[in-house]
Ligand binder design. Structure first.
Ligand SMILES: Cc1ncc(C[n+]2csc(CCOP(=O)(O)OP(=O)(O)O)c2C)c(N)n1
Ligand SMILES: [Mg+2]
Length: 796
């Protein structure tokens, strides 16, 4: 196995004096390729539907120097990067130059099967470390992936050939408006996260507008307060040289005082406008004139655009210094011009602006690219091809991370055939307690559970104890880079919780911000790919607050992260905890979320089956992340033998229907007792009626869609589990369904065979109370079910 190249960037072939020249050539090439890639997608490729394809030439242009310096000087194979979404084309162009991306893919930018607009782990291949797109999330993700790097190293789970890397985010400045950034900063500080760099492309423009002035004064302070090193790259070397001359101080003060919007407008207008503005304010300064007067308009524009983030040497130097200083998290604020080097540089409307065909022709001429040679790697460069090829090959990042590339794999952890089932048959119990008990038992790490226990990592945003993770945590400890004693325990103060922290702990305690939970689950769920270590992350949260972190949850699933979400308590059944805490929409979220399988068991025996299934499913190549929606309602626990496959497939008959049954009641989750009561009464009149336990409308529905699709594709025998289940009823039967969630989660069941479905479930929420009162108010009690049965039978 090749060891990654850990050598200093200076160990390459090119000598020091030649490096900046070669880097500038690459910078030029990346500007061309990213612009052309977008132009090709919009103006060259046939357009089949008349829709604008789009792309962000200006967003690419502003970060090209930074990315050139980073990828061709600083980056080591073991570093991981989240690239700002709109710099996707630059990222792919870099990989093209490194021989890791094909021309065919580049020509297919934004096309079906081509590269995605924003870097995507799942669609663009193994070079992408983190998907990005929803601004702010990719940036924050690096904090949690770095924390996970610490975790796997401290637990001895990391691949032996994998050195520690730096986790780097290339951020747009508007990304720092996202609140999740600050939540992550705070959490990162608490966990003393190291080896994180955020490089902000401070072009002072977002989508609609130019950012307010002096914003970064504030932001800089915030970073410093959170223990970050902040490095501001405001001026390039040309400007710095000008400042050193007589009149330079005035020039510098003028630039410092120049509002962002004026600076942008002057950049767009060019040299003559710069001259006019400078002379209007400083024309009487001899020193200033001696700097400005000898310059042509275009030279003056070049000087004024020589911001730190466009000066490769300034960027490289700053990064080298930070790297030499150690592992403190570092934020680089790189001043840039949006659209640098392109005709719309600095214009406030340039975010989605595209060069016209005429502008592109001008750009082509300036870049010295012959028609038909647009994709040639070394076309139009001013240095011999061999020299630049050798230079690229000598970059530290050109060495593959491992023989199998950057996307690693880890063997599956075997999940024993049965999880330890609490002995509660015939007694009362809740799925949430059952979950805590099973996990605590696994946490003993005995016998066949030893291996499984070693790979589980739990986390929770300040609801560890109230979601029943306490006993697991007591056994496995809390993770922290530093060992910290439990003060209460040391003082012999009674507490059920033992909260000692150590690098060997297996629970990461988060502050209350739910987006951080999902970002951590996302990062932990990518561990096998990023570190080659199999981690089985389990995160608990109150069900309604899944909504609070929903974008981050979807973001994690989008990039293929594997984790188990346990949301509890849920629905209106959490009754006295308050109306605000009730959740209606989560079953629908579970159905609609891609790469996330969701379940809601009613009883602990189902939970034990499903928890086991999820722990396995989240490791399988064709698996996904998983979600268990649980409850604190204590239900009588049945003593029965379950049909495992049916529980996993989404539904099983609690009481199978008799021949020719014309009605069934179906329940999901903690409303089981009301369904059972109603069922007992219904049976008196309809002795063949069945009682169906639904464990997952998500899996049932997905199976039904898949079977329909298979039949349309010619597989006439394809049959979904839900079709088999409902097939036990007479045709056009009545089906009354009930769940503690929005009834739309079940309403579709009527479409499976044309049965008459009446779905019950709260479609309003917000009252506190006890369960009987709330179930009556929201139509989930026995009477409501019986009324629905009468309706379903009568309307037949
Ligand atoms: C969460 C989210 N909200 C909105 C958008 C739409 N959007 C894409 S880019 C952008 C502005 C980005 O500005 P900035 O981060 O400064 O990037 P740059 O100037 O480098 O293009 C917006 C609002 C998005 N992608 N994600
Ligand atoms: Mg910006």
């Amino acid at each position: 196995m090749n060891a990654p190249n850990l050598g200093s960037p200076l160990s390459s072939l090119a000598d020091d004096a030649r490096r900046p020249v070669l880097l500038r050539q690459l910078e030029k090439k990346l500007l061309w390729l990213s612009s052309w890639m977008i132009h090709n997608a919009n103006h060259v490729r046939p357009n089949r539907d008349g829709l604008k394809v789009g792309g962000h030439q200006a967003s690419c242009a502003s970060i090209i120097s930074v990315m050139t310096a980073l990828y061709f000087e600083m980056l080591r194979p073991q570093d991981r990067v989240a690239v700002k979404p709109h710099a996707g084309p630059v990222f792919h162009a870099i990989n093209y130059l490194l021989g890791r991306q094909t021309q065919e893919k580049l020509t297919g930018l934004r096309q079906f099967g081509g590269i995605q607009p924003y870097p995507s782990r799942m669609k663009d291949g193994g070079e992408v470390d983190f998907s990005t797109g929803s601004v702010g999330l990719g940036v924050a993700m690096t904090t949690f992936s770095s924390l996970m790097q610490d975790y796997v190293h401290n637990h001895g789970l990391v691949r032996p050939d994998l050195p520690r890397g730096r986790h780097i985010a290339l951020a747009g400045d508007a990304e720092l408006d996202e609140g999740n950034i600050y939540e992550a900063l705070l959490e990162g500080w608490k966990h003393d996260v190291r080896d994180v760099w955020w490089v902000v492309d401070y072009n002072r423009q977002s989508l609609d507008s130019v950012l307010p002035d002096r914003l970064f004064g504030r932001i800089e302070g915030l970073f410093q307060d959170m223990g970050w090193n902040v490095v501001t790259l405001k001026y390039g070397r040309k400007l710095q040289a000008a400042f050193a001359r007589e009149g330079g101080n005035e020039l510098r003060a003028w630039i410092d005082d120049c509002p962002n919007s004026l600076y942008s407008a002057l950049t767009f207008q060019g040299g003559a406008a710069w001259r006019q503005a400078l002379l209007a304010d400083l024309g009487r300064s001899q020193g200033l004139r001696s700097i400005v007067d000898p310059l042509s308009d275009s030279e003056l524009a070049t000087l004024m655009n020589n911001l730190g983030g466009h000066d490769i040497e300034t960027v490289t130097e700053a990064m080298r210094t930070a790297a030499a200083e150690g592992d403190q998290p570092t934020c680089f604020i790189a001043y840039t011009v949006k659209g640098m080097g392109l005709p719309f540089a600095g214009h406030k409307d340039n975010h989605a602006g595209l060069m016209t065909k005429e502008q592109m022709e001008g750009f082509r001429t300036a870049m010295n690219i012959r028609p038909g040679h647009e994709w040639d790697m070394f076309e139009g460069l001013d240095v011999p091809e061999k020299e630049i090829r050798d230079f690229i090959a000598s970059c530290p990042f050109a060495t593959p991370l491992t023989p199998e590339g950057r996307a690693l794999t880890a063997p599956m952890v075997q999940v024993p055939a049965n999880l330890p089932m609490p002995k509660i048959a015939g007694r009362k119990g809740a799925t949430q307690n059952g979950f805590g008990d099973i996990l605590a038992e696994i946490g003993r790490g005995q016998g066949e559970y030893r291996e499984l226990a070693a790979h589980i990592l739990t986390t929770s945003p300040d609801v560890t104890v109230s979601t029943n993770l306490g006993p697991w945590v007591n056994r496995r400890g809390i993770f922290d880079r530093h060992t910290r004693n439990d003060v209460f325990r040391d003082a012999k103060l009674a507490s059920a919780q033992r909260w000692g922290m150590s690098p060997k702990g297996q629970h990461i305690e988060l502050g209350i911000a739910e987006q951080n939970l999902f970002l951590l689950l996302g990062a932990a769920g990518l561990s096998s790919s990023l570190t080659g270590a199999r981690i089985l992350p389990i995160g608990t949260v109150y069900d309604p607050f899944v909504n609070r972190g929903l974008d981050a949850l979807i973001y994690g699933c989008y990039q293929g992260a594997r984790f188990l979400l346990v949301s509890t308590p849920s629905g209106i059944t959490l009754a006295p905890e308050g109306g605000q805490h009730q959740s209606l929409n989560t079953p629908l979220l579970g159905m609609a979320a891609d790469r996330l399988v969701s379940y809601e068991p009613a009883h602990v025996d189902e939970l034990a089956i499903l928890l086991r299934h999820c722990l396995e499913h989240m490791q399988k190549p064709d698996g996904s992340a998983a979600w268990l929606r649980l409850s604190t309602r204590q239900l009588e626990q049945p003593d029965r033998k379950l049909d495992l496959a049916a529980v996993i497939a989404g539904a099983h008959w609690a009481v199978p229907p008799g021949p020719g049954a014309r009605i069934a009641i179906a329940y999901q989750g903690p409303v089981a007792p009301e369904a059972e009561d109603a069922f007992a009464q219904l049976r008196e009149e309809e002795p063949t009626a069945g009682l169906l336990a639904i464990t997952s409308p998500d899996v049932l529905h997905a199976g039904w869609l898949a079977a329909g699709k298979a039949r349309r594709a010619g597989d006439r025998a394809a049959r979904a589990h839900v079709e088999s289940i409902l097939g036990a009823l007479a045709p056009h039967a009545a089906l009354v369904t009930i769940l503690d969630g929005h009834p739309a989660a079940h309403a579709w069941l009527g479409a499976v065979r044309g049965d008459r479905v009446v779905s019950l479930g709260p479609d309003h929420f917000g009252q506190t109370g006890n369960i009987p009162d709330l179930y009556r108010e929201y139509g989930l009690d026995t009477d409501a079910i019986l009324d629905a049965c009468a309706q379903a039978l009568l309307e037949g």
